[in-house]
Write a protein that binds this ligand. Structure first.
Ligand code: NOJ
Length: 553
């Protein structure tokens, strides 16, 4: 099982193109902007980019609603720009993983435009159409972006299913023609020379075709999860996709699998290579509420977090493969969630979080700006927000009688725009992201937190990530070593050992602002410190606020 494969040894960097780097002053990031920053990424040391969608799209959900899978969104550039970016990435030793969004398309995709025309249109069965029930929706499911998951269509007087926005109708994967079209499109990108796919909500492509009502949640809608997540034919379809496309190219494949259990993950990411290489699981992300309670005020408990992470470490070892992530474009910044953003601890806690994540077994993912210690944002007014999920929730909760203040506090804690504010390149206007008006305002803290200042400080968060990435490449214990959690019940300290052959490495970290006792430090005092986020030795057996280190023996 410890077979060497490049995707196990890689470090992936996620780019949200809209917010990464604008090259033409229209306020939106673009492909030429990404190309211009390739050397920066090379310097960081990452070797794979996961590119959030860059395809043609009306951008109801910032590109996760695709109207043409084989064209580039004009705002982002042209196919020639894409080819240049791919070439430059490859020259820098960086591979490109594309976002494959095939649970749904845009309602402006020609398949849907055809499908809604008539019940006997050849594309009708590309989507999921149902008659109403007693003049109402076919069932009680709620969409992920508020409201019903069904949309009435006057043309043929039927409803179509959309688990996300009504502009994102779900494809009918039970139709073999849909699957063949998807595989063909995937071949198109593989032939171009891309290096993999991140598969959007791939655990949701196969639905229970009886469409039973779901258990009613706090929003008054039924939960579709049991009938949609890890649905009846999902493994059959992924095996088919693997036979038809994936097995024919050298790719990294990662499935976004909300609601995935360990048992399911072992099937999606089985070491036999019959489906995907790895999955994104959400258990650690859901500890402060999950999707149902996303907007409620809860925080992540360290003891629970350790239990979840170590369960995934142990259970997948030798059987499947983990993706390691704290952040992405759908999650608030982890530094604001679990670290400390005050000036005294921002950098120390950012480094602490990085060390804990990067040294586990799996492929680490860095989300743009994480390597700078970027934080959540607090815009004063809802008009400054752009995310469809946030805006829909705001309206829904206002109608339900929540106060503006309560709603804004939820957005500050959990809103997706926290991760989507433009990349902070420098202290210049708009953080050097654009010369125009940015599509989403820059976080005002850019004057202090930006790449330029990080690159000029040898002690910065950036160089810390660079070192972690290097260490992972140098020591195979981080890729293959067995994981053992220590101090399981300690409410402040996260400590674990990785072991491969005679090499043992200890990671220990204080997740709090108060000093924490840690006897392990005395036991390991003769070991070699490989990385550490403090400079001077402290009291023996004590970890100072957010102190973290890695020791080898
Ligand atoms: C998951 C993506 O990460 C998210 O940004 C998007 O809104 C939904 N899938 C729908 O595509």
């Amino acid at each position: 099982m410890n077979e060497k494969t490049w995707w196990k040894e890689s470090i992936v960097y996620q780019i949200y193109p809209r917010s990464f780097q604008d090259s033409d002053g229209d306020g939106l990031g673009d492909l030429n902007g990404i190309t211009s920053r390739m050397e920066y990424l090379k310097q960081l040391g990452i070797n794979v980019i996961w590119l959030s969608p860059v395809y043609e799209s009306p951008c109801d959900d910032n590109g996760y609603d695709i109207s043409n899978y084989r064209e580039i969104l004009t705002d982002f550039g042209t196919m020639e720009d894409y080819d240049r970016m791919l070439l430059k990435a490859h020259e820098c030793g960086i591979r490109i993983v594309m976002d494959l969004v095939v649970n749904h398309t845009s309602d402006e995709h020609p398949w849907f435009v055809e499908s809604r025309k008539s019940v006997d249109n050849p594309y009708r069965d590309f989507y999921i159409w149902r008659e109403g029930r007693d003049r109402k929706e076919p069932n009680n499911w709620g969409s992920c972006f508020s409201g019903s998951a069904w949309q009435w269509d006057e043309e043929t007087r039927m409803y179509y299913l959309h688990l996300f926005s009504k502009k994102q109708p779900d494809l009918n994967w039970d139709n073999p023609r849909v699957r063949e079209e998807v595989y063909d499109m995937m071949r198109f990108w593989c032939e171009k020379g891309i290096d993999g796919f991140r598969m959007d909500v791939i655990s949701m492509i196969s639905k229970d075709d009886h469409f039973p009502d779901g258990e009613v949640g706090p929003d008054g809608y039924g939960d579709f999860s049991p009938y949609v997540r890890n649905g009846p034919h999902v493994h059959e379809y992924l095996k088919e996709m693997n036979r038809e496309v994936l097995s024919k190219y050298d790719l990294l494949t990662v499935g976004e699998c909300s609601g995935v259990t360990i048992e399911e993950a072992k099937r999606y990411a089985s070491a036999d290579g019959s489906e995907l290489d790895m999955v994104f699981q959400f258990e650690h992300m859901d500890l402060d509420g999950g999707e149902t309670f996303k907007w409620n005020d809860r925080s992540i408990d360290l003891v629970e977090l350790k239990a979840v992470l170590s369960k995934w470490q142990g259970e997948l070892d030798g059987k499947a493969w983990n993706s390691l992530y704290w952040c992405n474009h759908d999650q608030p910044r982890m530094l604001s969630r679990l670290g400390n953003t005050s000036p005294s601890y921002r950098e120390t806690s950012a480094k602490m979080l990085a060390i804990c994540l990067h040294m586990m077994q799996g492929t680490p993912y860095v989300y743009q700006g994480e390597e700078l210690g970027m934080t959540n944002v607090r815009f004063a007014d809802i008009s400054q927000y752009q995310d469809i999920e946030t805006l829909n929730m705001y309206k829904e909760r206002l109608d339900e009688g929540y106060s503006k203040e309560e709603i804004m506090n939820s957005i500050y804690a959990k809103g997706r725009d926290n991760a989507r504010t433009p990349m902070q390149w420098s202290g210049e206007v708009n953080a050097g992201f654009t010369k125009g008006t940015p599509w989403l305002e820059v976080n005002p803290n850019y004057t202090k937190i930006n790449a330029e200042s990080e690159l000029s400080d040898p002690d910065s968060v950036f160089y810390y990530y660079q070192k972690l990435i290097r260490l992972r490449k140098e020591h195979s214990v981080f890729v293959n070593g067995e994981f053992t959690l220590l101090m399981e019940e300690d409410p402040q300290v996260f400590a674990y050992i990785r072991k491969e052959g005679d090499t043992e490495v200890l990671v220990c970290a204080n997740f709090s602002e108060t000093p924490a006792a840690c006897d392990l430090l005395s036991e390991w005092k003769d070991g070699e410190v490989l990385i550490w986020n403090y400079k001077e030795k402290g009291e023996t057996g004590v970890l100072r606020p957010y102190e973290a280190m890695m020791i080898r023996r």
